[in-house]
Design a protein around this ligand. Structure first.
Ligand code: COI
Length: 356
């Protein structure tokens, strides 16, 4: 499929890296592609970043038939620009698409178009190592009709944002409220798909937690309200008795790319990793026995987010004296060194945007 490119005639001024937050600033260009059952995905094009119009009746605005993903590009010390595990992100986008009755993208063609987009806006990739270019591929249902059924037509678009730390705290331990009333998702529902409904479902709990001084919530399962699922919009890991423990991919949590990267790194270091169900009571017991030494969240946006406190039913569980633990630090250092091109990439995670 040919990729049409229409360059902006009005490039925007850049924001200094030190002033970047998360997702407020967008680059000069975006990628677009449309789908109809007759032509499949067609008209791949790069255009200046800007608004596009939708009829008020458009399905996505009413029934949320939409998915997205999030990946990052980094600038290496040799001034190459690399994507972190883009194939895995595009594969997950297609897994989310299948759950939402959205037609799949050609992952190879999409990766090529994505590389072209990043090449075009390569100046927007920050030069400060802790900053990156966050890339947001999104797929929306575009039929203008109010019947509840899958759309016939779709739009795919990719926008990009130079970003600093996701949490204002940066790589600092955060306080988390264990949520025992609201739930994010249930097995068999949408929890494993990266779809806006999951994020909408999280807002009220997050706002209430924030009002009480917590950065995010720890989600428990939707049935027993006992088993640990995710932390905010991230996967969660515990270090218990020198074992790295994380909930299994059983249908209600996201198959995080950072989660998989952490597990792969830990295995390569000979660390014991268990993907198993773990109850909040197991966490309390492990903490009581002095065996819970570290807790951290993992996600593309924040990478690794250390947790210093879990607050559950009126009791504060303090982790590692509120300090970043050695496993958390080692994992963060190793992962970001690969992403920033500072250390070798033995796993084949890095993909250059240079023309091959
Ligand atoms: C991620 O860390 O990848 C996320 O899902 C957070 C994003 C929704 C901002």
């Amino acid at each position: 499929m040919p990729l049409q490119i229409c360059r902006t005639s009005a490039p925007k001024p850049h924001i200094p890296d030190a002033e970047l937050g998360f997702g407020h600033v967008f680059t000069d260009h975006m990628l677009l592609m449309d789908y109809t059952p007759e032509t499949g995905w067609h008209q791949a094009r790069i255009e200046p970043y800007g608004p596009f119009s939708l009829e008020p009746a458009t399905i996505v605005l009413h029934y949320g038939q939409s998915i997205f993903d999030g990946l990052k590009a980094f600038r290496t010390p040799s001034d190459d620009v690399v994507l972190f595990r883009p194939q895995r992100h595009l594969k997950r986008l297609n897994t989310s698409a299948a759950r939402l009755c959205i037609p799949p993208l050609d992952e190879t063609l999409t990766l090529g178009a994505l590389q072209e987009l990043v090449r075009l806006d390569t100046d927007w990739v920050p030069r400060t190592p802790s900053c990156s270019l966050y890339i947001r591929p999104t797929l929306i249902a575009t039929d203008p009709t109010l019947g509840v059924h899958p759309s016939r037509t779709y739009r795919f678009f990719v926008i990009m944002s130079p970003v600093g730390a996701y949490y204002p705290e940066g790589f600092k331990p955060v306080k988390i409220l264990v949520e025992d009333r609201y739930v994010r998702a249930v097995s068999g529902g949408l929890g494993a798909a990266k779809t806006p409904a999951n994020y909408a479902a999280s807002l009220l709990a997050a706002e209430e937690a924030r009002a009480q001084g917590f950065t995010q919530v720890l989600w428990l399962d939707g049935i027993a309200h006992r088993y640990i699922e995710e932390v905010g919009s991230m996967n969660i890991f515990f270090v218990i008795d020198d074992e790295l423990v994380t909930p299994p991919l059983d249908g209600s949590i996201l198959d995080g790319v950072t989660r998989d990267s952490v597990i792969t790194l830990a295995h390569s270091w000979g660390i014991r990793v268990a993907e198993r169900r773990i109850g909040i009571d197991d966490i309390l017991a492990a903490h009581g026995a002095g065996k819970l030494t570290e807790v951290f969240g993992t996600g593309t946006a924040a990478v690794i987010s250390p947790v210093c406190e879990l607050f559950y039913k009126g009791h504060a569980i303090i982790i590692n004296d509120r300090k970043v633990g050695p496993w958390t630090q080692r994992i963060y250092d190793a992962l970001t060194a690969i992403q920033w091109g500072i250390s070798p990439d033995p796993f084949g995670w890095i993909v250059s945007v240079k023309q091959s």
